[in-house]
Design a protein around this ligand. Structure first.
Ligand SMILES: *Cc1c(COP(=O)(O)O)cnc(C)c1O
Length: 375
Protein backbone atom coordinates (compact mmCIF):
# COMPACT_ATOMS: atom_id res chain seq x y z
CA UNK A 1 0.00 0.00 0.00
CA UNK A 2 1.34 3.41 -0.92
CA UNK A 3 0.34 6.28 1.36
CA UNK A 4 -0.39 9.41 -0.68
CA UNK A 5 -1.28 11.55 2.32
CA UNK A 6 0.70 14.59 3.42
CA UNK A 7 2.11 12.70 6.40
CA UNK A 8 2.70 10.29 7.85
CA UNK A 9 4.31 9.29 4.58
CA UNK A 10 5.34 6.14 2.79
CA UNK A 11 8.70 5.10 4.25
CA UNK A 12 11.53 2.77 3.27
CA UNK A 13 11.57 -0.79 4.57
CA UNK A 14 14.99 -0.07 6.11
CA UNK A 15 13.48 2.77 8.16
CA UNK A 16 10.54 0.67 9.36
CA UNK A 17 12.90 -2.20 10.22
CA UNK A 18 14.50 -0.03 12.93
CA UNK A 19 11.29 -0.39 14.95
CA UNK A 20 11.77 -4.12 15.37
CA UNK A 21 13.82 -4.11 18.57
CA UNK A 22 13.68 -3.11 22.19
CA UNK A 23 15.59 0.00 23.24
CA UNK A 24 16.50 1.37 26.68
CA UNK A 25 16.13 5.13 26.18
CA UNK A 26 18.32 6.12 29.15
CA UNK A 27 21.13 3.76 28.28
CA UNK A 28 24.42 5.31 27.18
CA UNK A 29 24.23 3.66 23.74
CA UNK A 30 20.97 5.41 22.96
CA UNK A 31 22.23 8.72 24.33
CA UNK A 32 24.84 8.67 21.59
CA UNK A 33 22.10 8.28 18.98
CA UNK A 34 19.90 11.05 20.33
CA UNK A 35 22.84 13.41 20.73
CA UNK A 36 23.90 12.75 17.14
CA UNK A 37 20.39 13.29 15.80
CA UNK A 38 20.00 16.58 17.61
CA UNK A 39 23.21 17.80 16.06
CA UNK A 40 22.20 16.58 12.60
CA UNK A 41 18.84 18.32 12.91
CA UNK A 42 20.38 21.61 14.00
CA UNK A 43 22.83 21.50 11.10
CA UNK A 44 20.04 20.59 8.69
CA UNK A 45 18.09 23.65 9.81
CA UNK A 46 21.15 25.84 9.35
CA UNK A 47 21.30 26.62 13.07
CA UNK A 48 24.60 27.75 14.61
CA UNK A 49 26.51 25.74 17.26
CA UNK A 50 26.43 28.63 19.70
CA UNK A 51 23.10 30.16 18.78
CA UNK A 52 20.64 27.32 18.10
CA UNK A 53 19.56 24.06 19.67
CA UNK A 54 17.38 21.26 18.31
CA UNK A 55 15.02 20.15 21.05
CA UNK A 56 13.19 16.86 20.59
CA UNK A 57 9.69 16.46 21.99
CA UNK A 58 7.55 13.34 22.19
CA UNK A 59 4.42 13.42 20.08
CA UNK A 60 3.05 15.04 16.96
CA UNK A 61 3.62 18.35 15.24
CA UNK A 62 0.90 20.19 17.14
CA UNK A 63 2.69 19.37 20.38
CA UNK A 64 5.77 21.08 18.96
CA UNK A 65 3.78 24.15 17.93
CA UNK A 66 2.13 24.35 21.34
CA UNK A 67 5.50 24.07 23.09
CA UNK A 68 6.98 26.77 20.85
CA UNK A 69 4.10 29.19 21.48
CA UNK A 70 4.22 28.66 25.23
CA UNK A 71 8.00 29.02 25.36
CA UNK A 72 8.60 32.22 23.39
CA UNK A 73 5.34 34.15 23.83
CA UNK A 74 4.63 35.36 27.36
CA UNK A 75 1.18 34.70 28.86
CA UNK A 76 -1.19 37.18 27.21
CA UNK A 77 1.37 37.83 24.46
CA UNK A 78 0.01 38.67 21.03
CA UNK A 79 0.94 36.91 17.81
CA UNK A 80 -0.10 37.81 14.26
CA UNK A 81 -1.14 34.74 12.27
CA UNK A 82 -1.77 35.06 8.53
CA UNK A 83 -4.93 32.97 8.02
CA UNK A 84 -3.52 30.69 5.33
CA UNK A 85 -5.72 27.68 6.13
CA UNK A 86 -6.52 25.10 8.76
CA UNK A 87 -2.99 24.82 10.11
CA UNK A 88 -2.93 28.58 10.73
CA UNK A 89 -6.30 28.17 12.49
CA UNK A 90 -4.85 25.38 14.59
CA UNK A 91 -1.89 27.51 15.62
CA UNK A 92 -4.37 30.16 16.72
CA UNK A 93 -6.34 27.59 18.70
CA UNK A 94 -3.19 26.35 20.44
CA UNK A 95 -2.22 29.94 21.27
CA UNK A 96 -5.66 30.73 22.69
CA UNK A 97 -5.75 27.58 24.80
CA UNK A 98 -2.31 28.52 26.17
CA UNK A 99 -3.58 31.94 27.24
CA UNK A 100 -1.81 33.79 24.43
CA UNK A 101 -3.66 36.03 21.98
CA UNK A 102 -3.66 35.25 18.26
CA UNK A 103 -4.57 38.06 15.88
CA UNK A 104 -5.61 36.70 12.49
CA UNK A 105 -4.60 38.42 9.27
CA UNK A 106 -7.10 37.69 6.50
CA UNK A 107 -5.32 36.57 3.32
CA UNK A 108 -6.17 34.92 0.00
CA UNK A 109 -5.76 31.25 0.90
CA UNK A 110 -5.09 30.20 -2.68
CA UNK A 111 -1.99 32.33 -3.09
CA UNK A 112 1.26 32.97 -1.24
CA UNK A 113 0.93 35.89 1.21
CA UNK A 114 2.58 39.10 -0.05
CA UNK A 115 5.36 39.78 2.50
CA UNK A 116 4.41 43.46 2.89
CA UNK A 117 0.92 42.47 4.16
CA UNK A 118 2.52 40.84 7.19
CA UNK A 119 5.02 43.64 7.75
CA UNK A 120 2.25 46.27 7.45
CA UNK A 121 0.04 44.47 9.96
CA UNK A 122 2.93 44.21 12.42
CA UNK A 123 3.86 47.84 11.93
CA UNK A 124 0.26 48.87 12.63
CA UNK A 125 0.11 47.15 16.02
CA UNK A 126 3.04 47.49 18.38
CA UNK A 127 1.63 44.96 20.79
CA UNK A 128 2.27 42.14 18.30
CA UNK A 129 5.67 40.75 19.25
CA UNK A 130 5.53 37.74 16.93
CA UNK A 131 4.21 36.44 13.65
CA UNK A 132 3.14 32.79 13.46
CA UNK A 133 3.78 31.44 9.99
CA UNK A 134 2.90 28.16 8.33
CA UNK A 135 5.65 27.57 5.77
CA UNK A 136 3.69 24.97 3.80
CA UNK A 137 -0.07 25.17 4.42
CA UNK A 138 -1.04 21.53 4.19
CA UNK A 139 -4.76 22.27 3.83
CA UNK A 140 -4.32 24.19 0.56
CA UNK A 141 -0.93 23.14 -0.81
CA UNK A 142 0.28 26.76 -0.97
CA UNK A 143 3.82 27.45 0.25
CA UNK A 144 5.14 30.79 1.48
CA UNK A 145 8.26 32.66 0.48
CA UNK A 146 9.90 32.52 3.89
CA UNK A 147 13.03 34.27 2.65
CA UNK A 148 11.07 37.36 1.55
CA UNK A 149 8.63 37.30 4.45
CA UNK A 150 11.54 36.93 6.85
CA UNK A 151 13.25 39.95 5.38
CA UNK A 152 10.09 42.04 5.71
CA UNK A 153 9.57 40.96 9.31
CA UNK A 154 13.21 41.58 10.23
CA UNK A 155 12.74 45.17 9.13
CA UNK A 156 9.93 45.53 11.70
CA UNK A 157 12.06 44.07 14.50
CA UNK A 158 9.45 41.42 15.33
CA UNK A 159 9.93 37.68 15.88
CA UNK A 160 8.70 34.53 14.15
CA UNK A 161 7.32 31.17 15.21
CA UNK A 162 7.60 28.99 12.12
CA UNK A 163 5.46 25.90 11.57
CA UNK A 164 7.73 24.10 9.12
CA UNK A 165 6.10 20.73 9.75
CA UNK A 166 5.20 19.86 6.18
CA UNK A 167 8.09 21.86 4.70
CA UNK A 168 11.23 20.91 6.58
CA UNK A 169 13.56 18.69 4.59
CA UNK A 170 12.07 19.67 1.24
CA UNK A 171 11.82 23.46 1.26
CA UNK A 172 14.94 25.52 2.01
CA UNK A 173 15.50 26.71 5.57
CA UNK A 174 18.76 28.19 6.80
CA UNK A 175 18.20 29.60 10.27
CA UNK A 176 21.49 31.54 10.29
CA UNK A 177 19.93 33.73 7.59
CA UNK A 178 16.81 34.21 9.75
CA UNK A 179 17.66 35.85 13.06
CA UNK A 180 13.94 36.75 13.31
CA UNK A 181 12.95 33.08 13.72
CA UNK A 182 12.73 32.14 17.40
CA UNK A 183 11.57 28.58 16.76
CA UNK A 184 11.07 26.31 13.76
CA UNK A 185 8.93 23.20 14.26
CA UNK A 186 8.82 19.95 12.30
CA UNK A 187 8.17 16.22 12.76
CA UNK A 188 9.99 13.03 11.88
CA UNK A 189 7.24 11.73 9.62
CA UNK A 190 6.84 14.17 6.74
CA UNK A 191 9.52 15.30 4.26
CA UNK A 192 12.30 13.58 6.20
CA UNK A 193 10.47 10.29 5.58
CA UNK A 194 10.73 8.87 9.10
CA UNK A 195 8.02 7.38 11.30
CA UNK A 196 5.50 9.34 13.41
CA UNK A 197 5.91 9.96 17.13
CA UNK A 198 8.47 12.72 17.61
CA UNK A 199 8.74 16.39 16.77
CA UNK A 200 11.70 18.74 16.89
CA UNK A 201 11.76 22.41 17.72
CA UNK A 202 14.91 24.20 16.63
CA UNK A 203 15.20 27.19 18.92
CA UNK A 204 17.36 30.26 19.18
CA UNK A 205 18.85 29.65 22.62
CA UNK A 206 18.56 33.19 23.93
CA UNK A 207 14.94 33.62 22.81
CA UNK A 208 13.41 31.13 25.22
CA UNK A 209 11.47 32.63 28.11
CA UNK A 210 12.57 31.49 31.58
CA UNK A 211 11.59 27.94 32.52
CA UNK A 212 8.18 27.98 34.19
CA UNK A 213 6.66 30.63 31.93
CA UNK A 214 5.12 27.99 29.65
CA UNK A 215 2.55 27.05 32.34
CA UNK A 216 3.10 23.46 31.26
CA UNK A 217 6.00 21.31 32.40
CA UNK A 218 5.52 18.90 29.49
CA UNK A 219 5.67 21.65 26.87
CA UNK A 220 8.29 23.91 28.46
CA UNK A 221 11.12 24.23 25.95
CA UNK A 222 13.28 26.17 28.40
CA UNK A 223 13.06 23.25 30.79
CA UNK A 224 13.90 20.80 28.00
CA UNK A 225 16.80 23.03 26.99
CA UNK A 226 18.18 23.26 30.52
CA UNK A 227 17.81 19.52 30.99
CA UNK A 228 19.69 18.89 27.76
CA UNK A 229 22.57 21.07 28.92
CA UNK A 230 22.70 19.32 32.31
CA UNK A 231 22.78 15.91 30.64
CA UNK A 232 25.01 16.86 27.71
CA UNK A 233 22.31 16.51 25.13
CA UNK A 234 21.60 12.83 25.14
CA UNK A 235 18.89 12.35 27.73
CA UNK A 236 15.16 12.96 27.73
CA UNK A 237 13.14 14.15 30.69
CA UNK A 238 10.39 11.61 29.98
CA UNK A 239 10.26 8.38 27.98
CA UNK A 240 10.83 9.15 24.30
CA UNK A 241 9.60 7.21 21.27
CA UNK A 242 13.02 5.57 21.11
CA UNK A 243 12.33 3.35 18.12
CA UNK A 244 11.05 6.35 16.15
CA UNK A 245 14.25 8.23 16.96
CA UNK A 246 16.38 5.25 15.96
CA UNK A 247 14.44 4.97 12.70
CA UNK A 248 14.83 8.70 12.14
CA UNK A 249 18.62 8.31 12.24
CA UNK A 250 18.34 5.83 9.38
CA UNK A 251 15.88 8.06 7.51
CA UNK A 252 18.41 10.90 7.79
CA UNK A 253 21.10 8.65 6.32
CA UNK A 254 18.91 8.10 3.26
CA UNK A 255 18.13 11.80 3.15
CA UNK A 256 21.86 12.61 3.03
CA UNK A 257 22.54 9.89 0.46
CA UNK A 258 19.83 11.28 -1.81
CA UNK A 259 21.51 14.69 -1.79
CA UNK A 260 19.73 16.41 1.10
CA UNK A 261 17.08 19.11 0.81
CA UNK A 262 17.74 20.20 -2.80
CA UNK A 263 17.47 16.62 -4.07
CA UNK A 264 14.33 15.99 -2.05
CA UNK A 265 12.70 19.13 -3.37
CA UNK A 266 13.57 18.12 -6.93
CA UNK A 267 11.94 14.71 -6.46
CA UNK A 268 8.84 16.17 -4.79
CA UNK A 269 8.52 18.78 -7.54
CA UNK A 270 8.64 15.96 -10.08
CA UNK A 271 6.01 14.03 -8.08
CA UNK A 272 3.79 17.12 -8.06
CA UNK A 273 4.22 17.68 -11.80
CA UNK A 274 3.48 14.03 -12.62
CA UNK A 275 0.40 14.11 -10.40
CA UNK A 276 -0.90 17.32 -11.94
CA UNK A 277 -0.38 16.03 -15.47
CA UNK A 278 -2.04 12.73 -14.55
CA UNK A 279 -5.09 14.39 -12.99
CA UNK A 280 -5.58 16.66 -16.00
CA UNK A 281 -5.14 13.69 -18.34
CA UNK A 282 -8.05 11.84 -16.70
CA UNK A 283 -10.29 14.91 -16.87
CA UNK A 284 -9.93 16.24 -13.32
CA UNK A 285 -9.22 19.81 -12.24
CA UNK A 286 -6.55 20.72 -9.65
CA UNK A 287 -7.77 23.43 -7.23
CA UNK A 288 -4.77 25.74 -7.54
CA UNK A 289 -3.19 27.42 -10.52
CA UNK A 290 0.09 25.72 -11.39
CA UNK A 291 2.08 28.77 -10.27
CA UNK A 292 0.57 28.62 -6.76
CA UNK A 293 0.83 24.86 -6.32
CA UNK A 294 3.52 23.80 -3.84
CA UNK A 295 5.31 20.44 -3.96
CA UNK A 296 3.86 18.96 -0.75
CA UNK A 297 0.16 18.29 -1.30
CA UNK A 298 -2.38 18.86 -4.07
CA UNK A 299 -6.13 19.36 -3.78
CA UNK A 300 -8.19 18.26 -6.76
CA UNK A 301 -11.79 19.37 -7.32
CA UNK A 302 -14.34 16.63 -6.80
CA UNK A 303 -15.98 15.61 -10.07
CA UNK A 304 -19.44 17.17 -10.56
CA UNK A 305 -21.07 13.82 -11.33
CA UNK A 306 -23.79 12.70 -8.86
CA UNK A 307 -22.08 9.30 -8.64
CA UNK A 308 -19.08 10.93 -6.92
CA UNK A 309 -18.48 10.01 -3.29
CA UNK A 310 -15.19 10.61 -1.49
CA UNK A 311 -15.52 7.57 0.81
CA UNK A 312 -16.23 5.30 -2.16
CA UNK A 313 -13.35 6.80 -4.11
CA UNK A 314 -11.00 6.19 -1.17
CA UNK A 315 -12.18 2.57 -0.94
CA UNK A 316 -11.74 2.01 -4.68
CA UNK A 317 -8.26 3.49 -4.55
CA UNK A 318 -7.29 1.33 -1.59
CA UNK A 319 -8.26 -1.78 -3.53
CA UNK A 320 -5.76 -0.58 -6.13
CA UNK A 321 -2.94 -0.01 -3.64
CA UNK A 322 -3.20 3.70 -2.79
CA UNK A 323 -4.41 5.48 0.36
CA UNK A 324 -5.40 9.16 0.15
CA UNK A 325 -7.00 11.42 2.78
CA UNK A 326 -10.63 10.58 3.48
CA UNK A 327 -11.65 14.16 4.23
CA UNK A 328 -11.35 17.46 2.47
CA UNK A 329 -9.85 20.66 3.76
CA UNK A 330 -11.17 23.12 1.19
CA UNK A 331 -14.46 24.99 1.12
CA UNK A 332 -15.63 23.18 -1.99
CA UNK A 333 -15.56 19.39 -2.27
CA UNK A 334 -12.14 18.12 -3.28
CA UNK A 335 -9.76 15.29 -2.57
CA UNK A 336 -6.17 15.70 -1.56
CA UNK A 337 -3.08 13.80 -2.54
CA UNK A 338 0.31 14.05 -0.88
CA UNK A 339 3.38 14.36 -3.08
CA UNK A 340 5.85 13.58 -0.29
CA UNK A 341 7.38 10.39 1.08
CA UNK A 342 9.40 7.56 -0.39
CA UNK A 343 7.59 7.78 -3.72
CA UNK A 344 8.51 8.74 -7.28
CA UNK A 345 6.82 10.32 -10.32
CA UNK A 346 6.13 6.79 -11.59
CA UNK A 347 4.02 6.18 -8.48
CA UNK A 348 2.06 9.34 -9.33
CA UNK A 349 1.48 8.13 -12.86
CA UNK A 350 0.30 4.75 -11.55
CA UNK A 351 -1.93 6.59 -9.09
CA UNK A 352 -3.52 8.53 -11.93
CA UNK A 353 -4.34 5.26 -13.70
CA UNK A 354 -5.81 3.87 -10.47
CA UNK A 355 -7.87 7.06 -10.01
CA UNK A 356 -9.17 6.78 -13.57
CA UNK A 357 -10.18 3.15 -13.02
CA UNK A 358 -11.75 3.98 -9.65
CA UNK A 359 -13.91 6.75 -11.13
CA UNK A 360 -15.00 4.49 -13.96
CA UNK A 361 -15.90 1.74 -11.49
CA UNK A 362 -17.99 4.28 -9.53
CA UNK A 363 -19.80 5.38 -12.68
CA UNK A 364 -18.41 8.92 -12.54
CA UNK A 365 -18.80 10.31 -16.05
CA UNK A 366 -18.67 14.07 -15.59
CA UNK A 367 -15.25 14.79 -14.20
CA UNK A 368 -15.22 18.57 -14.29
CA UNK A 369 -16.23 20.23 -11.00
CA UNK A 370 -19.82 21.14 -10.22
CA UNK A 371 -21.16 23.94 -12.42
CA UNK A 372 -21.69 26.17 -9.36
CA UNK A 373 -17.93 26.40 -9.13
CA UNK A 374 -16.60 29.44 -10.92
CA UNK A 375 -13.56 28.34 -12.87
C1 LIG B 1 1.19 17.77 9.72
C2 LIG B 1 1.23 19.18 10.09
C3 LIG B 1 1.24 19.61 11.42
C4 LIG B 1 1.21 18.68 12.58
O1 LIG B 1 0.27 17.70 12.51
P1 LIG B 1 0.27 16.55 13.61
O2 LIG B 1 -0.88 15.71 13.23
O3 LIG B 1 0.11 17.21 14.92
O4 LIG B 1 1.62 15.87 13.51
C5 LIG B 1 1.34 20.96 11.69
N1 LIG B 1 1.40 21.85 10.70
C6 LIG B 1 1.39 21.49 9.41
C7 LIG B 1 1.48 22.55 8.37
C8 LIG B 1 1.30 20.15 9.07
O5 LIG B 1 1.29 19.78 7.78
Amino acid sequence: MILLIPGPVTTRAEVRAEMARDIAPWDDDFRVVSRRIRQRVRELAGGGVETHTALPLQGCGHFGTEAALRSVLPPGGRILIPDTGSYAERMAKLATAAGRTPVMLKVDRNRAVPPHRIADALAADESLTHAGLVYSETSTGVIQNIQEIGRAIRATGRRVVLDAVSAFGALPLNLMDHPEIDTAIFTTNKCLEGLPGMCFIVVQNNRLLPAGTAASWSFDLADIYEHSIRTEGGAFRFTPAAQVIQAFDTALNFFDAEGGQPARLTRYNANRDALRAGMIRIGLTPCLDAADQGPIVMNIHAPGDPAWSLPNFVTELKSRGFTISNFYDTEEPSFRVGCIGHITPDDMTRFSVAADQSLTAMGVVQRTPQATHSL
